[in-house]
Ligand binder design. Structure first.
Ligand SMILES: [Zn+2]
Length: 337
């Protein structure tokens, strides 16, 4: 219960930005590597309160990726994340990962995607949660892998793959290199999101909009530095996948109270709240909502708006959106009684 006397836990939540390889629970890691005790887990899989930068943050995912190289491992990690989403009362999530990070031990990229999709499909059939999967390329990858990722999306689009993303080291590798892959994704009509405005400032967000013409931007945090960029986000109706705890941890901002999310709100930018990496950031959506409510005095009205914004911009069909809107509406009607 927070200072407004509301429990956010039972409220239905939407999460559009969560990485499969940043969310391994201790229980999952223990099954994958029985030699790993809790102290080692805390050191290798959970990030410190402050990383020096985005690259230090990303280094924590590498330990998880090493344990996600077989079908059995991928299936276990996928179910582990879905368990966490359900426990957080997430009714719809888009889980993202880069298939080419999981072929080190000989899996074919198609097998990687099919394994994750099989688990996602089975869990969706249980009726508790609806899920989509976004495939990522990384800035550090050669363009050939980005192009191959787009072909995988095209191949599995009818089976639950919903979009294309670029993640990784924003300051070290040029976006321009991946342009052919994004043009191809556009030509296939694949929805696009892109990490931007974390390690670099508003001009990186401007470049992302100019080159990729994305539907959504992952983070976009530093777009607050330039009103022209913010106005372009608004005019193009681009949705920001805001991940507050992650932004504090990667040093994009000092403290949560410095987060530009209130500026986004004042200006009328569409945004939702996400965890990014539940394990690396040691967070849940419930924790994010509580922290933002405490810091900015937000209540039900703000969470209703953020949830509806996320639904509007989810990479899913009209029916699923209508179902989610109805579910959110009913829950808030009940909470306001
Ligand atoms: Zn991310």
């Amino acid at each position: 219960m927070n200072n407004q006397g509301i429990s956010y836990h039972p409220l239905p939540k939407i999460e559009l930005h969560v990485h499969l390889d940043c969310c391994l629970s201790f229980e999952a890691v223990q099954k994958l590597d029985p030699a790993c005790n809790f102290e080692t887990y805390q050191t290798k899989f959970v990030g410190p309160a402050k990383c020096a930068d985005l690259n230090e943050y990303l280094s924590f995912a590498m330990h998880a990726i090493a344990l996600m190289q077989s079908k059995e491992q991928l299936a276990l990690v996928t179910n582990d994340l879905i368990d966490q989403l359900e426990a957080d009362n997430v009714i719809y999530a888009e889980i993202r990962f880069a298939p080419f990070l999981h072929i080190k031990d000989g899996l074919q990229p198609r097998e990687v995607v099919e394994t994750v999709l099989n688990e996602v499909t089975q869990r969706c059939a249980s009726g508790k949660i609806k899920l989509g999967v976004i495939l990522c390329t990384l800035r550090s990858f050669p363009v050939e892998l980005s192009l191959a990722t787009v072909e995988l999306i095209a191949l599995y689009r009818d089976m639950g793959i919903v979009g294309f993303d670029i993640a990784g080291d924003e300051s070290g590798y040029a976006l321009q290199n991946h342009l052919p892959a994004f043009l191809k994704a556009k030509s296939y009509g694949i929805p696009i999101t892109a990490h931007s405005g974390e390690a670099l400032g508003a001009q990186s967000v401007a470049e992302t909009m100019r080159l990729l013409d994305p539907d959504r931007i992952g983070h976009g945090t530093r777009s607050f530095e330039d009103d022209v960029v913010l106005n372009e986000i608004i005019n193009k109706r681009i949705h920001l996948e805001v991940c507050p705890a992650s932004n504090v941890q990667t040093n994009v901002i000092d403290r949560l109270s410095d987060h530009p999310v209130t500026t986004f709100k004042k200006k009328g930018v569409s945004f939702g709240i996400n965890t990014d990496g539940r394990t690396i950031c040691d967070t849940t959506l419930n924790k994010e909502w509580e922290a933002l409510s405490q810091t900015f005095g937000w209540g039900l009205a703000e969470w209703y708006e953020a949830s509806m914004n996320a639904i509007d911009h989810a990479f899913t069909d009209y029916e699923t959106k209508s179902f989610m809107r109805h579910k959110v509406q009913m829950a808030y009607n009940e909470a306001l009684k």
